[in-house]
Design a protein. Structure first.
Length: 406
């Protein structure tokens, strides 16, 4: 399971980039915070500094920015530097921040904020929890050299402390998210292994006895030929009967693995409609279990949902698709579950006979489950409507619920 870029994780935190776009996102996420260097850069550009201070400022700032960028970017793309190199880089950043702020003025105290962020991102929590307050204290001590220390306290010291510990929290969240992702992958792997083991166990139980019996009877029939052809023929007939029964058992065993589920197809329908920017109105009744709906009937409805949504995506040109699930009583006093997929697209082809191969196959599948398929123009006069009916048992449910926008 590989997480993708989403609205809830725009910086791809905790995710190694796999494309150039994701790599660019990482770069932007690091570079955008350099806007806080406007003060030092403005001081370098206003022409009031001596040549020596200006040379120190430019060289120190470029070195600071380069080391900071490499340190954080390598960490964000999961190609971090060796531990000793990381510690040396952090010490260098702290030394540059102290030197530049002491020599060039109070505007350079902002560099301590970047150092605190670097410490929070690259160092363990046990190190960051004392290093960040220590760096803040160093900022305050250097700021005592300048006038109006209260301004510097709130303009630099407080953001330095808060930014550092905020990034500590973010790093803890990233680590927790990675552990959760790994746990989910492990659960999925174990579930797949369990399914494979169950299938292997079922097939062994089903086929072990049958194949052993077929082998014994084949050997017996071979010994009976050519002296006892009638007895050999009876053994061959038994072999055929056992083989056919084994085939039926295997088909029944694997049916559960191949049968589509309504919940699974609903999730696929949401994703397919979202991909082509079709607004989906999904009936809340589709999210619930339905008493009396057998596996075959549920499979038929799932196939109907898949086929209907596929047609909407490929052929309708619709802007909106409505999916409803209702319970209806027919004239024969049987209760049916009706799945309706209605779009506002181009509608059915003129001249009738708009069943393609997919709808024809779906009609046959529903008929095998005791249901039926109805297709035609949407009730509002624009678009296409597909309704799939399957019988259900049990008592009628009370209501089908509202709709929920997907």
């Amino acid at each position: 399971m590989k997480p993708a870029e989403t609205e809830t994780n725009p910086a791809l935190m905790g995710v190694a980039p796999r494309t150039r776009r994701q790599m660019l996102t990482k770069v932007v996420w690091v570079v955008i915070w350099f806007l806080y260097l406007a003060g030092p850069i403005g001081q370098l550009l206003d022409g009031t500094m001596s040549p020596a201070h200006e040379a120190l400022g430019w060289s120190g700032l470029l070195t600071f920015v380069g080391v900071y960028f490499v340190l954080l970017f390598r960490h964000m793309i999961h190609r971090g530097l060796p531990g000793a190199a990381i510690r040396a880089a952090v010490v260098l950043l702290a030394a540059l921040a102290g030197l530049l702020a002491s020599v060039l003025g109070a505007n350079w105290l902002v560099l301590f904020t970047f150092v605190c962020v670097a410490v929070a991102v690259t160092q363990p929590i046990r190190t960051a929890r004392w290093a960040i307050p220590a760096l803040t204290a160093a900022l305050v001590l250097i700021g005592l050299r300048y006038e109006d220390i209260r301004v510097y306290l709130f303009a630099y010291a407080l953001p330095c402390l808060l930014s550092g510990f905020a990034m500590v929290g973010v790093q803890h969240l990233i680590r927790t998210t990675k552990e959760l992702r790994e746990a989910r992958e492990e659960v999925a792997r174990l579930a797949a292994d369990e399914e494979r083991l169950r299938l292997a166990r079922d097939l062994h139980d089903l086929l072990g006895h049958s194949l052993s019996l077929i082998t014994l009877k084949s050997e017996l029939a071979g010994r009976m030929l050519p002296d006892k052809p009638e007895d050999a023929a009876r053994q061959v007939a038994d072999i055929e009967r056992v083989g056919r029964q084994a085939l039926v058992d295997v088909r029944e065993a694997v049916t559960g693995y191949r049968r589509p589920r309504l919940a699974v197809e609903l999730a696929g329908a949401r994703a397919a409609l979202r991909t082509v920017s079709i607004t989906a109105d999904i009936d809340a009744a589709l999210e619930r279990e339905h008493q009396g709906l057998a596996a075959d009937e549920e499979g038929a409805l799932a196939w109907a949902l898949r086929e209907a949504v596929t047609n909407v995506v490929r052929h309708s040109g619709a802007d909106r698709c409505e999916v409803l699930l209702t319970e209806e009583w027919e004239a024969d006093e049987r209760r049916y579950l009706c799945l309706s997929v209605i779009d506002d697209g181009t509608g059915p082809p003129r001249g009738g006979g708009h069943d393609g191969n997919g709808l024809s196959g779906l009609r046959e599948r529903l008929a095998q489950a005791g249901g039926r398929l109805e297709t035609g123009a949407a009730p509002r006069g624009r678009g296409f409507a597909l309704r799939a009916y399957v019988p259900i048992g049990g008592r009628p449910a009370t209501g089908t619920g509202g709709t929920a926008a997907a």
